[in-house]
Ligand binder design. Structure first.
Ligand code: IFM
Length: 440
């Protein structure tokens, strides 16, 4: 890697991230069915119909996984607490589930790893999906109850809590583009989900504050957008896409407003009285989590429905996902977010990583592409700090190869290879490279 720990401020944290449904194994420990189980069981939604029933079996193997994090010299671990494990029907606490997170957090602390918790990383209990999921305003209050229950159990030992992971994916990608559970293509559902997920964040923040919690925030994903050409239509389409992808959630949470370019299409479908929720949604947060992966080029698409936008990958090298590798986009977002929205508030790069078609040979995985990817994005982060962004940490996505949602187990993002037949873990060359960079 072309950086070392000493290039960063002393309190800068290096870590890796995961999410409950993607690694734990949801058939264990009394977890309830989630809308991802239902979605995966539908035809054509997920590659080979795979689900998170076993995943990496982290539920039983978390001690070994945390040893690997510690051995890499990491400072922190970003994990999520599954709502469906803690409350299998979305409403009733499951003692086994609470015990699991209790053990998990203690195991992090025993290894000197700072626990960075995310409350909701997409495993909506199926019982709540039955009631309309994120289209139903009640889900926001139920989420608040979940925040109460899990915080009562582990809140005394976590370093940071994010309410929601990637609200754009939970709402637009899942209710308008239909790629994720619940797989809808419905603008009314989308508008409601795009507002209710923000409201859930606001209610979650209120509940956390009522319990005296500090270091609370939200994790938002950002996608670098640029017009494909100089046509005024492409420039206008880029503004619309930027508003939907990049501005809707950060403006709601930091300013209490929605960008007009997105609201124009969504307003007729929004829940009435949404304006009254904006003060709760925009209450102060302590940090912003930034997930960044790629860039898209944008043109106008007059043949389609609103938002009349067509996106395509940029011209650079691609990952196994087909996503363009574009580290400058990370630097650009970190500085843009500081300049336009959050000033000096701490930012964490809560996710950044790449999938590659990795193979184990002689008990090793040679992944120079990933080593370069990580190095380039950490250097982009360093440049953003030099530009004045208050970036406090970088979490690689992901610690382990895992369940990549609609792509099943095919796409490998991990620093650690997982054989999904035997569940054997093999640290990849990028793991060793990151380990030696942060040891310096
Ligand atoms: O695997 C996902 C994660 O759950 C959320 N952020 C993007 C990752 C890669 O697609």
């Amino acid at each position: 890697m072309d950086f070392k720990r000493s290039d960063f401020p002393k309190d800068f944290l290096f870590g890796a991230a995961t999410a409950a449904y993607q690694i734990e194994g949801h058939q264990f420990g009394g977890a309830g069915p989630t809308h991802w189980d239902t979605f995966a069981a539908g035809p054509g939604n997920v590659v080979r119909g795979e689900d998170g029933a076993v995943a990496c079996d982290h539920y039983h193997r978390f001690a070994d996984d945390l040893d690997l994090l510690k051995d890499a010299g990491m400072d922190a671990y970003r994990f999520s607490t599954s709502w469906a494990r803690v409350m299998p029907d979305g409403r009733t606490p499951n003692p086994e589930g609470l015990d699991f997170y209790d053990r998990l957090v203690d195991a992090m602390l025993e290894r000197g790893l700072k626990p960075f918790q995310t409350l909701y990383h997409w495993e909506l209990p199926a019982a709540l999906a039955d009631k309309g999921g994120w289209m139903n305003r009640d889900t926001c209050n139920y989420f608040g109850d979940f925040a109460d229950v899990i915080t009562d159990r582990i809140g005394d030992r976590v370093n940071a809590i994010a309410t929601i992971n990637e609200p754009w994916c939970i709402s637009y990608l899942s209710h308008f583009l239909g790629h994720h559970a619940p797989g809808l293509r419905d603008i009314r559902a989308t508008a409601r989900a795009m507002h209710h997920i923000n409201l859930a964040h606001g209610i979650g923040m209120s509940r956390l504050r009522a319990k005296g919690m500090t270091n609370c925030g939200i994790v938002i994903n950002f996608d670098h957008t640029a017009p494909k050409d100089n046509a005024p239509e492409s420039v206008a389409a880029t503004r619309t896409w930027d508003a939907i992808m990049n501005r809707w959630f950060i403006e709601a949470t930091t300013r209490g407003t929605y960008p007009l370019e997105a609201l124009t299409g969504l307003d007729p479908h929004m829940p009435r009285g949404w304006e009254d929720d904006m003060p709760e949604i925009s209450q102060p947060i302590d940090f912003l989590g930034v997930n960044y992966y790629t860039r898209h080029k944008v043109t106008a698409d007059d043949t389609s429905v609103w938002p009349h936008v067509a996106t395509e990958e940029g011209p650079g090298d691609k990952t196994q996902m087909g996503w363009e590798i574009y580290p400058d986009g990370l630097q650009s977002f970190l500085t843009r977010l500081s300049r336009d929205y959050i000033g000096d508030m701490p930012i964490y790069v809560t996710e950044n990583g790449m999938a590659w078609d990795d193979h184990v040979e002689n008990d090793a995985v040679n992944d120079p592409e990933r080593t370069k990817f990580i190095s380039d994005h950490i250097i982009a982060t360093k440049q953003a700090i030099a530009d004045g962004a208050n970036v406090k940490g970088f979490f690689y996505w992901s610690l382990l190869d895992n369940y990549e949602w609609a792509f099943g187990y095919e796409k490998r993002f991990g620093m650690i290879h997982v054989d999904f037949e035997t569940l054997k873990r093999t640290p990849k060359a990028s793991y060793h490279a990151l380990k030696s960079a942060i040891a310096q």
